[in-house]
Design a protein around this ligand. Structure first.
Ligand SMILES: Nc1ncnc2c1ncn2[C@@H]1O[C@H](COP(=O)(O)OP(=O)(O)OP(=O)(O)O)[C@@H](O)[C@H]1O
Length: 317
C-alpha cells in the first residue's frame, strides 16, 4: 500500500490533516489521573465498568454502515480512484482487494478524510461524511488503524491506548485544565484507564502495558494499532494490511479478535494482499481495478470471475 504521507504533487488540494496519533496534547490524560500515576486498574465501581464497555449500536435498520458512491480522486494527472461505488454490510468483515495501484489505499484515505475526494460521496450510517476531517469521521464511529508514530514509540503501550481517543477524535485538552471540570475529568480518566486495561487484556498484550511501544515486535505493534483504534468506540474499523509482517501465531490471534469483535456487532473493511486470508475470513469481497470496482461477491465467486482473473494476470489469486 502506498504511504499516507502527503505527496508533494498533491499540494494543489486541501486535504484534511490526518489525525496525528503522535500529537500529545498539553495535558496528557495519562498523567492527569487522580493520584498522578499510571497503575494497574483500581477496584472499579459499576459506573466505571459501564463507561468502559462499548458495543456498537449498529446502523439504522437496513442502512449499510458504509456506502461509497462514484468516488473519484485525482492527484494532478493521475486518477487514483475513478468512480468507485460499493457498500459494506453491517457487522460484516468485507475484503477490499485489487492488483497493485488499483486505488485501495486512496479509497481508504478518501473514506477516512485523509484525502479530500475530487468527486463522489461517502456515507456512513446514512449520513454524508464526504470531505469531513478525520477526527470528525472518527467521532461518527468510523476509524482506521494507523502505524504507531515515532513519538508514540517512545511511550508505553498503556499510554498509547490512553492517548488514542485524543489522537483520533481531536479532543481538546482545554477541558482537562478548566477549573470546575477537573472532577469530571478525573472520572473520565479513571474510566479511560479501565477501558485501556480491558482492551489490552482483550488483545492479550496486557503483560506489555509498561513496555515502550518501540520495543514491540511487528506483530505486537499490529495488535496495539488495532487496540488504539478500538479505544475510540468505533462502529466500523478500516484495516489496511493489518497482518503484514505478522508471525502466524499473532496472525491467528489478530484474526480471532476481529471475528470476536464482529460477533459483538463491529463492521470491518479489510485491505489485504494475502488472498488466502481474504478468502478464508471475508464473507464478501470487493475487487478494485484501475480505480473502480471490477467485481463483488463471495470469495468463490471472485476467484472464478474471469474479469478478476484477467485483472490479476501474472499475480497469484
Ligand atoms: N499522493 C499521490 N500522488 C500521486 N499519485 C498517487 C498518490 N497516491 C497514490 N497515487 C497513485 O494512485 C494509484 C493508486 O494508488 P493506491 O496506493 O491507492 O493503490 P493500491 O491499490 O493501494 O496499491 P498497492 O496495493 O500497490 O498499495 C497509483 O497509480 C498510485 O501511484
Amino acid at each position: 500500500m502506498s504511504s499516507d504521507a502527503p505527496d508533494p504533487s498533491d499540494s494543489a488540494e486541501t486535504d484534511a490533516d490526518a489525525p496525528n496519533p503522535g500529537d500529545v496534547a498539553a495535558t496528557d490524560p495519562v498523567t492527569a489521573t487522580a493520584d498522578g500515576t499510571i497503575g494497574e486498574p483500581e477496584a472499579n465501581d459499576s459506573e466505571v465498568e459501564e463507561a468502559a464497555k462499548h458495543v456498537p449500536s449498529g446502523s439504522p435498520s437496513g442502512t449499510p454502515p458504509l456506502r461509497v458512491e462514484g468516488l473519484v480522486k485525482r492527484f494532478g494527472g493521475v486518477t487514483a480512484v475513478d468512480g468507485a461505488s460499493f457498500e459494506v454490510e453491517s457487522g460484516s468483515l468485507t475484503g477490499l482487494i485489487g492488483p497493485n495501484g488499483a486505488g485501495k489505499s486512496t479509497t481508504f484515505n478518501c473514506i477516512t478524510g485523509v484525502h479530500e475526494p475530487t468527486g463522489g460521496s461517502v456515507y456512513f450510517e446514512g449520513e454524508e461524511i464526504t470531505g469531513l476531517k478525520p477526527h470528525q469521521i472518527a467521532r461518527e464511529g468510523l476509524v482506521r488503524t494507523f502505524q504507531i508514530a515515532r513519538e508514540l514509540s517512545e511511550m508505553t503501550v498503556l499510554e498509547n491506548l490512553m492517548l488514542a481517543p485524543q489522537g483520533q477524535l481531536g479532543e481538546s485538552a482545554i477541558r482537562a485544565v478548566t477549573p470546575g471540570l477537573r472532577g469530571a475529568v478525573v472520572e473520565e480518566e479513571t474510566a479511560l484507564r479501565e477501558r485501556a486495561w480491558e482492551t489490552l487484556e482483550f488483545f492479550e498484550i496486557d503483560h506489555l502495558a509498561h513496555e515502550h511501544a518501540g520495543n514491540l515486535s511487528g506483530g505486537q505493534r499490529k495488535l496495539l494499532e488495532m487496540a488504539r483504534a478500538l479505544m475510540t468506540d468505533p462502529e466500523m474499523v478500516l484495516l489496511d494490511e493489518p497482518l503484514a509482517g505478522v508471525n502466524p501465531t499473532l496472525e491467528e490471534k489478530l484474526l480471532d479478535r476481529i471475528h470476536d469483535l464482529r460477533a459483538d456487532g463491529y463492521t470491518f473493511l479489510l485491505v489485504e494482499h494475502d488472498m488466502d486470508i481474504i478468502m478464508e475470513n471475508c464473507e464478501r469481497v470487493i475487487v478494485m481495478h484501475q480505480g473502480s470496482v471490477l467485481a463483488e461477491g463471495t470469495g468463490d465467486e471472485i476467484r472464478n470471475d474471469e474479469r478478476v482473473i484477467e485483472a490479476y494476470l501474472g499475480e497469484e489469486l
